[in-house]
Design a protein around this ligand. Structure first.
Ligand code: BEZ
Length: 210
């Protein structure tokens, strides 16, 4: 069954490179990123895991826990981690789930049989502190993901969870934002006393609230 935005992220227990975890308990009050890769000891995956390790401080800064997954075993992940550290310059510093029995892959619909009936695709799930799914992304095996984009979306998700705003195309932290469509001008006057620019009645722009 597919996991959609707003669904409660399915809970599970799993073996990982950092011991057995119970997913919801492991997340605690943090945000989470659960991402799958197709296969250990493959080139694109090696670069992805190395990049996530490199930018882990950026996830930490945002109170986001990161966890990887493939249908390879924990033992395989542990052997591969040596190669990742050696070639990508940063040791793997987050847990990886060994999902040989496909329990988690099936729960999250990470195997797309018409793409490949053996491997997980490159799925990303961002999960909020309320355990609900805030973002899903699916990439094919041949395309490495842009994890800076995942950070960018997390910045938007965390901002829009706090203020009644939305973020425009290609928004980056610090750029102007948009007043949410459901907010009336009267409510906006209370929420944003510093004012805004009305480009169209439905397009009201203001500096990013802090
Ligand atoms: C890779 O990571 O390079 C890869 C993995 C599975 C299929 C194709 C490419």
């Amino acid at each position: 069954m597919s996991v959609r935005l707003g669904d409660v992220a399915p809970d599970f227990t799993a073996h990982t490179t950092q011991g057995e975890i119970s997913f919801h308990e492991w997340l605690g009050d943090s945000w989470g990123v659960l991402f799958s890769h197709p296969k250990d000891f493959t080139p694109v995956c090696t670069t992805e895991l190395g990049y996530v390790a490199k930018i882990k401080p950026e996830f930490d800064k945002r109170n986001v826990k990161v966890i990887g997954l493939s249908v390879d075993s924990v033992e395989s992940h542990e052997k591969w981690e040596g190669d990742i550290g050696e070639t990508q310059g940063t040791p793997v510093n987050f847990p990886m789930i060994g999902d040989s029995d496909r329990t988690v892959s099936n729960l999250y619909d990470m195997i797309h049989p018409n793409a490949n009936d053996t491997f997980t695709v490159r799925s990303v799930f961002v999960i909020g502190p309320d355990k609900k799914v805030k973002l899903t992304i699916t990439y094919p095996a041949s395309t490495g993901r842009n994890f800076d984009e995942v950070l960018r979306v997390i910045d938007s998700l965390q901002l829009t969870a706090k203020f009644k705003v939305a973020t425009p195309a290609n928004w980056q932290e610090g750029n102007d934002v948009i007043i949410g469509a459901a907010v009336s001008d009267d409510e906006a006057k209370t929420l944003f006393p510093g004012g805004w620019k009305t480009v169209k009645p439905y397009l009201r722009v203001l500096p990013q609230p802090k």
